[in-house]
Structure formats: C-alpha cells, structure tokens
Design a binder for this molecule. Structure first.
Ligand code: MRU
Length: 347
C-alpha cells in the first residue's frame, strides 16, 4: 500500500486525539491535537474529521481523552454528559453514536472498579475500535475488487477513502488494492457539491496512490455513463437500513438513478458498523441539514449567490436498495434480497 495516511491517532502522551485537518486539504497537510470537549465537537461539526467510520473512531478516542480528566466523584456524570454531547454533533452516520455508546457501555459495566482501571480499559477499547476498522476496510477492499475487471473505470462520489475510515477506506479500497497489485482500474471523481470532498480529498488520495483519476462536476456523470466511460459506481455509506436502503453523501442517489438508466452497476461498500438494523427502511434514517453558507460562499473567493438567498442544504440522501447491484461488507459481497441477506448476516 502507498504510505498510510494516519488520519486519526492518539497523541504520544495520550492526552489528545491527533487528526489531519481535512478542511485544509489538498493545500496543506496539517495535524491538530484536540483535547477539550468543545474542540472535539467542533472538529466533527466542521468536518475537520469526517466520514462515517472516521467520526466513530475519533469520538471513541475522544471519550478516552476526556475520561482521563474526570475526577472520581464526577466521573460517571461527566462521562454521560460528554457522550451525549458528542453524539448530538451529527445525526446521519450511525458510527458516531454506535462507537460512543460502546465506550459508555464499557465504562458503565465497570462501575465498581477503580477509575484508573476504567480509563485504561476505555483506551484499549478505542484502539480496538480503530483496529477493527482497519481489518474491515482491508476485507471490503478485497471483496470489492472481485467485482471489477482490469481496465474498468469507476465513478466515485464524496470521499470513502483512508481519510474517511482507516487505511484502505471503503469505496476507494478496491482501487487502492488494485493499484498495489498493478491492476489498471481508473476513476472518474465526482467533485461532490457543496463541500467538494471528491475534488479536495478523493482526488488527493487517488493521485497520491498513483491511480489514474479524472475530476468531473457531479452533473457530468450522466454524459460519462451515456458515453460508456464508466463500468461501475463505487460509494461508501453513512447508515444502511435493514432493507439495504443506503444513506450517503448528497448526490449519491442521483448518480445511482442515472447508473440504473444506463445499466451501470452501483456497489455500496461499508463496514458492518455502518449497518443499522433498527432502521427498517431509509425513511427512518435522520438526514443532517447544514448551513446554507456552504452552498452560497464556503469554497468560493466571493459569494456565488445573492446575499440572503434561501438555501436548503441536506448533507445526505438515501439510495433505494432497488438501485444497488451489490452491497460489500467485510463479510463479502451481498446480493438481493437485501432484507433477507442482511438479517442472516447481521440480524
Ligand atoms: O459529510 P461527510 O463528508 O462526513 O460525508 C461522508 C460520506 O458521505 C461518505 O461517503 C461516507 O461517510 C462513507 S465513508 C467510508
């Protein structure tokens, strides 16, 4: 593999979570050490750290870093308050709530134990969550690659690479693995309006790995498919419902609808930590709506819309399971009927 991107780690003394500030990419590769609850919250909210698995891992380390600072009297009340605070930051990616809950449940299960012992166990748990994600991403990359042929070109949307996960990523895993093995697989990269995760992050990751990639605006994917330039769509996921409906970055469902029209298969790649069997369908998945400023002006030198214009800025949409040709998890490739197969594997 090309030199790994350590998007999330503990600082050497364990007192901070160290991240790459993704808002500065591709211009600058800068690391930040975050210690305070407000700093951790802000980093997730402003997408300095982003991507479903990554925010879950980050928040797990965050719980550990915060727990180190609690006194014995206040330990559990502060833990409860900080866990609820971190979970409230972003609603769609289930990994955030799931990993924070995992940390909280572990601490509660040890409530009679000495506090230093609980803190140590929390540190081990956060590292385990991270290690598990690395292993799941590797397995997803391997299974996803089995769906592609040498010479294929895929369409990517948003960023589902190492920055959004661990090491191989999910949606980009097959491409990174193919490159390692000398298999020629290329990519068209949706820029992914409005926050440009495709242009800023996916293109950066693919170019670092020496993978042939071509950046397009989101509205160019239809022509690319019509002209036969794309053989598969690879996307990650923020939360999958029990029937296979997949919430992912806004625009994914549009790309999937176009792909269906042109007979291009859509593959959704995700770790099992992103599957939420308590959501029966995509209609149960909460969709984050973000500030209109992100559409009006965020990545422009000057505003590109009249001051005060109303904006609606949903950050995710739901791709109907009927549009998905296969779901790829660490357990392999899953084909329809998804409700049956997801229940068998993860129910
Ligand atoms: O708002 P973001 O950038 O956190 O959204 C991320 C995505 O939609 C990714 O595609 C998803 O988290 C899958 S990452 C493996």
């Amino acid at each position: 593999m090309t030199e790994a991107v350590h998007n999330i780690a503990l600082s050497p003394d364990g007192s901070a979570v160290r991240i790459i500030d993704q808002t500065l990419l591709p211009g600058q590769l800068r690391y930040l050490d975050l210690r305070e609850r407000e700093e951790l919250f802000e980093a997730i909210a402003s997408l300095r750290v982003r991507g479903a698995p990554a925010i879950g891992i980050f928040a797990a380390y965050g719980v550990y870093v915060l727990a180190r600072t609690y006194g014995p009297e206040e330990f559990f009340p502060r833990l409860e308050a900080d866990c609820a605070y971190l979970i409230s930051c972003r609603p769609t990616a289930v990994n955030l709530a799931r990993q924070v809950e995992r940390m909280r449940t572990l601490a509660l299960s040890m409530s009679g134990a000495p506090i230093p012992q609980i803190v140590e166990a929390l540190g081990r748990e956060a590292a385990a969550i991270h290690r598990e994600d690395i292993a799941m991403c590797r397995a997803i990359a391997e299974a996803g690659l089995s769906l592609l042929y040498p010479g294929d070109t895929v369409l990517t949307h948003c960023n589902a690479g190492p920055l959004a996960t661990s090491e191989y990523g999910t949606g980009l895993g097959p491409l990174l693995l193919a490159a390692e093995r000398g298999i020629d697989i290329r990519a068209y990269v949706d820029e992914t309006r409005p926050l440009l995760q495709g242009a800023r992050l996916t293109a950066w990751e693919l170019m670092r790995a020496g993978i042939d990639c071509t950046l397009i605006c989101d509205n160019m994917a239809s022509l690319a498919m019509r002209e036969g330039r794309i053989q598969a769509v690879l996307a990650g996921c923020d939360r999958m419902a029990a029937n296979g409906d997949a919430a992912n970055k806004i625009g994914t469902s549009g790309a999937a609808i176009i792909a269906k029209h042109y007979g291009v298969p859509v593959y959704i790649l995700l770790p099992s930590s992103t599957i939420d069997m308590t959501c029966a369908t995509g209609a149960d998945i909460p969709i984050e709506v973000r500030a209109g400023e992100e559409i009006r002006s965020l990545w422009y030198e000057k505003p590109m819309a009249p001051e005060g214009v109303k904006c609606w800025n949903p950050a995710f949409d739901v791709t109907d399971h009927g549009l998905i040709a296969a779901i790829v998890t660490e357990r392999g490739v899953i084909r329809p009927p998804y409700d049956v197969h997801l229940r068998e594997l993860f129910g």
